[in-house]
Design a binder for this molecule. Sequence first.
Ligand code: DLL
Length: 436
Amino acid sequence: MTTRFHPASSPDFVPAPQLRELQSQRLRAVVRRVYDQTKLYRNRINEAGLRPESIESIDDIAQLPFTVKSDLRDTYPFGLFASPMDEIVRLHASSGTTGKPIVVAYNRHDVEIWAEVIERALVSFGLHEGDILQNSYGYGLFTGGLGLHYGGERLGATVIPTSGGNTDRQIMIMKDFGVSAICCTPSYFLHILDRAAEIGVDLRSLPLRAGIFGAEPWTDAMRQHIEQAADIKAYDIYGLTEIIGPGVGAECHCQNGIHIFEDHFYPEIIDPNTGQPLPDGETGELVLTTLSKQAMPILRFRTRDVTSLVSEPCPCGRTIRRIHRISHRTDDMIIIRGCNVFPSQIETALLEVEGALPHYQIILTRSRGLDQMEVQIEVNAQILSDRIGAMEELQARFAKQIEHIIGLHVVVTLAEPRTLPRSEGKLRRVMDQRNL
Ligand code: DLL
């Protein structure tokens, strides 16, 4: 993978004092804008006993109030817009699981920034003009499709807007069009891999060399599996609708954390219980402030994504800071018999056992007041029929490995290949049936 310097990534290498000056200048402007243009922020800033001019530099950011997801719901649909409607050129929405969606807006300047950060992400994955980019993120209200699309075009790549689904056609296009990079959720890529094997296409023999995976958590164990199975480099891209969509941050070729494009999106880590900022290196909830967005700027958004800021500089030389890959969301943590468990721990455990396919599902139930966790894992059909007792042995190995990592005994069920749910977008791996 090439690591040559591309001019689009210049802002990633700005010396720290200069970056802080830019962040301060942008923070002052954004605070003034939301104060003048939105009722919610004006009230919140007044209630905090502040005036817009109280915020002089980026060091003052922690004085500002947080924004939470329900603020976006409560102001549905347009209550947080800070540009007049006739300047807004795009709306996206995120459905969430219940009730009204949240709506986000972009003016011309915002869609340009979005394309800029996506271009910077693609460059940091080693992509360049001439790459053929299959974009299998969903096009529509979801930000993944259109977000990646315009950044790819800005780079000068050839973007193929396949969107999600119709997997056989995805594979045909990948093969016939000489696709060099694909964007989709890691779980959809697993599905593509399976289906390709079924119809006799070996992705390793294609020109595909990079996968751009995000929109859901995935582990380094999963990365290894994907990289080997497809002979590609698998990169992590992070983002969320409320802040812009994909492109808040991305890995570089070092694959050791997500660089945040912090000239546009300022990261903080807080203790989710107290709301207090945590020092670099400590794990907590990621909070993001949009420094340059105009149509819908957001101050100190509580993402619920759990990570930490990496203090060591990255060998790639980028000065923008990194966060560790997102391990889970605060609301995804499973509390079972008093222990905290993350689905990513299960993923890591099961991929260490030979014979596991990377498809699994976690089912939580409650029986006579006691929580039970069942992990269903797809395994190689060969193993299931190999010899008498092989299945029980494998089951025991999975249970032991999981217990070793999470400290709890779980029920392991082995499943035939291709029997667990698949997804063309984000995959829900945890079924919590405890309150049914
Ligand atoms: O998922 C935006 C996106 C599209 C990101 C395509 C990357 C690629 P939402 O639907 O609003 O937006 O979901 C945002 O997804 O708060 C995280 O919990 C999770 N998420 C996104 N990227 C990653 C990632 C898009 N790389 C929520 N690793 C976020 C782990 C991720 N979780």
